[in-house]
Design a protein around this ligand. Structure first.
Ligand SMILES: Cc1ncc(COP(=O)(O)O)c(C=O)c1O
Ligand SMILES: [Zn+2]
Length: 428
């Protein structure tokens, strides 16, 4: 597990007394392996077995009306997140409430009856990472952290740098040195400290864990405040259900890097059912990876419970995590729900970007290309039921990964500014 390591114990943050309601309706942290509980704080590994921790709640009665009356961002689900009831009063990027598009053209092309695209490129820094970072920022604040930090494959870097800037907090962002240039620029522009590391994301992640163990008061969003951070992805599930008129889809296709997002979408759907906010109808969760970094898909296909780390080599850099922390839990969710984890080649990723753009006018980044291509592959293989209502996630914006398709698209002709030249092209 890439985020394992020493249990964070004494630091100024943990010594600090939490204010009443600092984590909303969250009551403790629960080990995802042995289910033992521990107090809320800057902890991410179980004191008993070193397993990863997640947030546990005692929810009050929550109604659809309460949620619908809330702000048009993820804080409408404040009662279901580990954030205080006054969360909207502290500066943050206010992500969420992104569009759910009925994708009839793509559905027709793939032979599906009813398909939706949850388009998270509409977030403040153009990926779903704004959701998780907003929740992590709240945790960092409540814990009294002084530095807001992350190791990132790109989109998280954008989100942390922007959220830190808005919150007036010092940020330190670590990225692999070979990231796409737009992702470097769209992080650096917010100020803060951006450090490129000569290594893969997994090397960067290891370094971040080491720094988190050495430095006091640093909140690495996806390392030592990971339990809180990950909860932000539940809002994707909540929004999809609410936008469908308070019901669950039958199939969802979700990209997998660390796997946190996929597992928390499942948690979100489950919570909605338990709270009586939707009917508890069955749903299947499908994970999508690029073949050049597909350790979870490989484990799924081999019937393994453990995920063997790989060295990534794919155009989908945002998903290039060779040692995914939530990999085994992704396998659990896919198997329990009757879904699958599939992978697609880099050419299929580029085709997937083109297919979504051409059919629905949505320009996805490479992660979205992975997801659309996986959707197509699953339908063609008969593993995804074309008659069941399906939601596919576009989690990032194509403007950040232009190079992936730059060689494939361009003007049909370059002409002189005359009508004769225009008709002469024979194009229209
Ligand atoms: C655009 C995009 N989609 C999906 C993911 C996968 O997220 P997770 O690590 O939660 O699996 C990432 C991760 O960086 C991403 O950048
Ligand atoms: Zn444990």
């Amino acid at each position: 597990m890439s985020t394992s390591g020493t249990v964070t114990t004494a630091s100024p943050a943990s010594a600090r007394r939490l204010r009443e309601g600092a984590f909303g309706n969250a009551v403790h942290l629960v080990c995802r392996e042995c289910r033992s509980t521990q107090e809320l704080g800057p902890f991410y590994a179980c004191q008993e077995c070193f397993g990863p921790l997640e947030v546990g709640y005692e929810f009050p009665k929550v109604t659809r009306e309460q949620i619908e009356a809330g702000p048009k961002n993820i804080w409408r689900y404040q009662q279901l997140l580990p954030v205080p009831s006054d969360i909207t009063s502290s500066p943050n990027t206010e992500p969420g409430y992104t569009r759910l598009i009925r994708a009839d053209n793509l559905a027709r092309e793939l032979g599906l009856k009813r398909l939706w695209v949850k388009d998270d490129s509409g977030n403040p820094t153009h990926s779903f990472k704004d959701r998780v970072v907003a929740v992590a920022l709240s945790a960092a604040r409540e814990l009294g952290s002084t530095v807001f930090a992350c190791p990132s494959t790109g989109n998280l870097a954008n989100a942390v740098a922007a959220a830190g800037a808005r919150a007036g907090m010092k940020t330190v962002v670590l990225i692999p040195h070979d990231l796409e240039r737009p992702k470097v620029i769209t992080t650096a522009v917010y100020g803060g400290t951006l450090i490129a590391v000569k290594g893969t994301y997994d090397d960067v992640n290891r370094l971040a864990s080491e720094i988190a163990g050495e430095e006091e008061g640093w909140a690495f969003v996806n390392v030592n405040v990971r339990p809180y951070y990950a909860e932000g992805s539940k809002t994707l599930a909540y929004e999809v259900a609410e936008q469908l008129g308070w019901r669950l889809p039958q199939q969802v296709v979700i990209p997998v890097a660390s796997g946190a997002q996929l597992t928390k979408v499942d948690k979100g759907f489950t919570e909605l059912g338990r709270l009586g906010l939707v009917e508890e109808t069955p749903y299947k969760v499908f994970g999508a990876q690029a073949t050049g970094c597909s350790p979870v898909a490989a484990a799924f296909k081999a019937g393994h419970d453990v995920v063997r780390p790989v060295r990534p080599d794919t155009v989908a850099k945002s998903l290039a995590i060779g040692n995914p922390a939530d990999g085994p839990y992704v396998l659990d969710v896919a198997r329990r729900t009757g879904g699958a984890v599939e992978d697609v080649s880099d050419d299929e990723v580029r085709d997937g970007i083109g297919l979504l753009a051409r059919t629905e006018g949505v320009f996805a980044e490479t992660a979205g290309g992975v997801t659309i291509a996986t959707l197509k592959k699953l339908v063609e293989a008969g593993r995804l039921d074309p008659d069941q209502e399906t939601v596919v996630f576009n989690t990032g914006d194509g403007l950040k990964t232009l190079d992936a398709v730059a060689d494939r698209v361009g003007p049909a002709a370059t002409i002189e500014p005359s009508y004769a030249a225009f008709t002469g092209t024979g194009l229209v």
